[in-house]
Design a binder for this molecule. Structure first.
Ligand code: PRX
Length: 617
């Protein structure tokens, strides 16, 4: 049906998917997934905006990602290949994944975790990270993966919000040839997290780490226990039960715990991956992202496994030990489809073409990008040098909250560099003005989604009000989802995403809230007030620039900027460290005290700051 749509059929199929969403999604759910029990209703919209999908159905994402493959010839095919930064390789068939996940699930259950609990995972990019996620899902617990680049404070905040009893971590990981000492960071975090009772520690690097008796357990020791090999049935879940929480940045300082579910998320992520990248069991797929973010959750872990494909996970830095690390791996593993961010592409580009030319990339048939708008020079290089002018580039626009791709080409869609092209089937996207009228072609406006979709976040953990307020209050009357981005559509209806409309900035594709960084800055004893803005950066897309007012009598020493940067690194992690810290005597504010970041930004770029009538001073 929909999979065979050609360019000409796109409008008809698209119209059908928007006008008859229950038929559209119901048919896909029936044809492509197995369910323990079918649903009574595809979509329940009786309590907007808290939509429910596949109501009454029983499922578990693990059934579709692992269990059902064990009954087919997929059982012995490679599910994923992992390469460590030092060059060590491990690979796992679907059968082996099942064995490893069963072991981990038995161990997690033995720690007192059961259906409905939330387990926090803080791990390097090693196979046990994936097994931990899958094992939680298997026993009906939700996982909350915290990106391994986050600091102990950020980790503790997330553990406390989720009230996790169990933390799964590792002694460390390899990055740029060095050991990242995750266990010390985890230890610091656990001291500030009273809910944690137990810690599972995977040995990756082998360096000495501090283990707390009766709290910390080495994973390899636990694996010696006879019970780990017991059968572990996959727990039947309601389609709407929580699969995971993922914390992401918003306008206020506190990160939001976005919730995704077993049923709708299984269907949505696997459907869009099959449609956009035409991914099949014979394919070798590489999503070069971190499993700690939504891109990794959906497109390293869950969707490729549901589709029975082979997925690749790499531990380390993409240009280590040489700038051709990634291309040597594409060649070595015969990758067919490669997906990454514009920042990564710009990072590869600056080393020139000779590093790429040393490798045979002829296995590639499709390329993809995500996370920020891609500039024409990076698009062109990716197409010409990596794709050798034969691989279409799927520029996928989506968000942590959307679960999967939303606006993106299909392989047959005519492309325009820098545009994510058109909404996928079932996605009713538009660009509107403040009143909700569609903007004219070429005119910038607010990106909205007008109808629910199965992969949408269901709420913010423990904060339904914030969910309503952040995403649904701006166009409450119309019942539209506010994405938080500005965009325009051209004459042919193609979408061009421009930037965030709120106080969220994208640095190297990472999503950060200005308020989070500012609160880290003012927690430095010498800083009285702070504001941060994003300014364009050649590689990172945007870079963070901080403006700080110092406490009375503080001297600006030669080391002060570094001290402040180190403090932010400690409070939040390396991704939040400002490029530059500027010391100022005042900050432009409205009369109600809100910092006018656009004025700072204009001044920093030497541009006209625009209307200053609301400025206080
Ligand atoms: O601003 C958009 C940008 O990334 C935001 C979502 O960030 P996050 O939740 O971290 O998810 C990133 C991975 C899905 C969006 O609101 N963004 C994402 N993809 C694109 C993009 N901007 C332009 N083009 C894209 N393809």
């Amino acid at each position: 049906m929909v999979e065979n749509a050609t360019v000409k059929e796109y409008p008809n199929t698209y119209r059908f998917s928007i006008e008859e969403p229950e038929k559209f999604w119901g048919k896909l759910a029936e044809e492509n997934l197995e369910w323990y029990k079918k649903w009574d209703k595809v979509l329940d919209d009786s309590n907007k905006p808290f939509y429910k999908w596949f109501v009454g159905a029983k499922t578990n994402i693990i059934h579709n990602a692992i269990d059902r493959h064990l009954k087919t010839i997929n059982r012995n095919k490679v599910a994923f290949i992992w390469e460590g930064e030092p060059g060590d390789v491990r690979s796992f068939s679907y059968n082996a994944v099942n064995r490893e996940v069963t072991k981990m699930a038995n161990i997690i259950a033995s720690m007192g975790v059961s259906k409905g609990d939330i387990v926090t995972i803080y791990m390097p990019q090693i196979p046990e990270l994936i097994f931990s996620m899958l094992a939680c899902a298997k026993i009906g617990a939700a996982h909350s993966v915290v990106y391994a680049g986050f600091s102990s404070t950020a980790l503790a905040d997330r553990i406390n919000d989720a009230s996790s009893k169990l933390l799964i971590t590792a002694d460390g990981g390899f990055r740029r040839g060095k050991i990242v000492d995750l266990k010390s960071i985890a230890n610091e975090a656990v001291e500030k997290s009273p809910s944690i009772e137990k810690c599972i520690v995977v040995k990756r690097t082998g360096q000495d780490v501090k283990m707390e008796v009766e709290r910390d357990f080495w994973y390899h020791n636990l694996c010696e226990e006879p019970f780990v090999n017991n059968k572990c049935p996959t727990v039947e879940m309601d389609a709407e039960d929580m699969l995971f929480i993922l914390y992401t940045s918003g306008t206020t300082g506190k990160p939001k715990g976005v919730i995704h579910t077993h049923g709708g998320y299984s269907l949505y992520t696997s459907t869009v991956l099959r449609m956009v990248f035409d991914l099949k069991p014979i394919d070798r797929w590489w999503c070069l992202a971190d499993p700690g973010w939504i891109t990794g959750h959906s497109f390293i872990v869950y969707a490729p496994l549901i589709l029975g494909a082979t997925t690749l996970l790499y531990e380390g830095a993409p240009t280590y030990p040489n700038p051709d690390r990634v291309w040597s791996m594409v060649d070595k593993y015969g990758i067919n489809v490669f997906y990454t961010s514009p920042t990564a592409i710009r990072g590869f580009m600056r080393f020139g073409n000779s590093w790429v030319k040393q490798h045979d990339l002829s296995s590639l048939r499709l390329l993809g990008t995500v996370g920020e708008p891609i500039n024409p020079a990076a698009w062109e290089w990716y197409h010409r040098v990596i794709g050798q002018e034969k691989c279409p580039i799927m520029d996928t626009w989506w968000q942590t909250e959307t679960g999967g791709f939303m606006i993106s080409p299909y392989p047959i869609t005519p492309l325009k560099p820098g545009s994510a092209t058109l909404p996928l089937f079932g996605i009713d996207a538009d660009v509107v003005d403040e009143e909700g009228n569609s903007t004219a072609p070429g005119e910038e406006g607010i990106l909205v989604i007008k109808k629910p979709w199965p992969g949408m976040a269901r709420t913010i953990y423990k904060d339904d009000d914030r969910y309503k307020q952040v995403y649904w209050s701006k166009f409450e009357k119309q019942g539209w989802y506010l994405a938080g981005d500005s965009a325009r559509r051209d004459e042919e209806g193609y979408f061009w995403v421009i930037a965030r409309l709120d106080d969220v900035i994208k640095v190297s594709g990472y999503r950060l809230g200005t308020a989070e960084i500012e609160s880290a800055l003012v927690s430095f004893p010498k800083v009285a007030e702070a504001a941060v803005i994003a300014l364009p950066h050649d590689i990172k897309g945007n870079a963070i620039h901080a403006f700080c007012i110092l406490n009375e009598g503080t001297e600006v020493t030669t080391t002060l900027e570094k001290e402040i940067k180190d403090h932010v690194r400690h409070e939040m992690g390396p991704i939040a460290v400002p490029e530059k810290v500027n010391f100022v005597l005042s900050l432009p504010k409205t009369r109600s005290g809100k910092i006018m970041r656009r004025v700072l930004k204009a001044k920093a770029q030497g541009l006209d700051p625009g209307d200053l009538s609301t400025i206080e001073d």
